[in-house]
Design a protein. Structure first.
Length: 327
């Protein structure tokens, strides 16, 4: 049987969707951890056949959201057809992956609601509770992240200045799932951190530092370089794990193609966010519950008073793409 991601992709592509209207609203959401304190966001709504579907635009400036709302949303293709035909039409409108991802997510939500079904029902699967991590930017004292996370696992942006005592504290916690180099560091620094945290995924170390030890290579994870399914390397030098981000990849269908390719190649998949603060974050959890429930998914609740259960549950019976995700 094809991998779950491949089954989902083909089932979604074949869905009928009727788009009659399109609208968009933008806002700013206060977040304590966001660099500027307030996260600009926009939600696009597609309507048709007495149903509505929503998608979240993840651009990082209010100006980008305004451009999306005022220039692109009014040009959204109208009519009835297969979802993959709608996606192809949107690709002709914009080469911006955030634009395409928002509109595609809204179309998926709308198509599922028009069909009175859910993503899980579409492929006759039960969603599983989602493992997730709390993600932190670079901290001189990452012990603060451990305190904030409580019993949850964490993803940490690496500070090469962490001393041996700090690394020992991180190792003793047993809760560091991912260390993110963001393309930086050198081989010695990579290997030092890996030696201290051998079970953590090593995300985006400096590519020019390769080759690494076999032990580190077995924990290597790719994030930023993966913007298309074909970017998942098919040779023995490929990463052990891939952080799949629908927004970065221009939509769910391409993200599922990447996840399916990972499954065929034996790579671990986990879903990552791009500061989604609305329906986009819920949709990521729905995908993770079916494709990567046990991966270190970067889909933690951000704006709900710090209420973070051990795992995130998704209701298989909830109609649509957005409904059914826990907060």
């Amino acid at each position: 049987m094809p991998p779950t991601a491949e089954r989902l992709r083909h089932a979604l592509a074949a869905l009928d969707v009727a788009v009659e209207e399109a609208a968009c609203r933008s806002a700013e959401i206060a977040l304590a951890d966001y660099p500027d304190g307030a996260r600009p966001t926009a939600v696009v709504t597609l309507a048709g056949a007495a149903a509505e579907g929503v998608g979240e635009h993840v651009a990082f400036t209010s100006r980008e959201h305004a451009t999306f709302r005022d220039r692109l949303v009014p040009r959204v293709p109208r009519g009835r057809g297969r979802l993959d035909a709608f996606v192809a039409a949107v690709q002709k409108l914009s080469d911006d992956p955030y634009d395409r991802a928002a509109l595609e997510a809204a179309a998926i939500d709308l198509a599922l609601r028009q069909a009175r079904t859910s993503l899980a029902r579409l492929v006759d699967l039960d969603p599983r509770p989602v493992r997730y991590v709390l993600s932190f930017g670079r901290l001189r004292d990452p012990a603060a992240a451990l305190d904030a996370a409580g019993a949850l696992e964490v993803k940490l942006d690496v500070d090469p200045g962490w001393d041996d005592a700090t690394l020992a504290t991180l190792a003793e916690s047993g809760r560091v799932a991912i260390v993110d180099w963001k393309g930086g560091g050198d081989r010695a620094a990579h290997e030092r951190l890996h030696a201290a945290l051998p079970d953590a995924l090593v995300e985006d170390p400096a590519p020019e530092a390769a080759p690494w030890s076999p032990s580190l290579a077995a924990r290597l994870a790719a994030d930023a370089p993966v913007v298309r399914a074909i970017d998942v390397a098919g040779d023995g030098a490929g990463p052990a794990a891939v952080n799949v981000k629908p927004a970065r990849m221009g939509g769910v269908l391409e993200a599922l193609a990447a996840a399916a390719r990972c499954a065929r190649l034996g790579r671990t998949v986990y879903f990552g966010g791009m500061w989604e603060v609305g329906p986009g974050r819920q949709q990521l959890r729905v995908l993770a519950s079916l494709v990567a429930p046990d991966g270190p998914n970067d889909v933690a609740p951000l704006v709900h008073g710090g209420l973070r259960p051990p795992r995130l549950r998704v209701d298989a019976s909830a109609i649509g793409f957005t409904a059914g995700s826990s907060t």
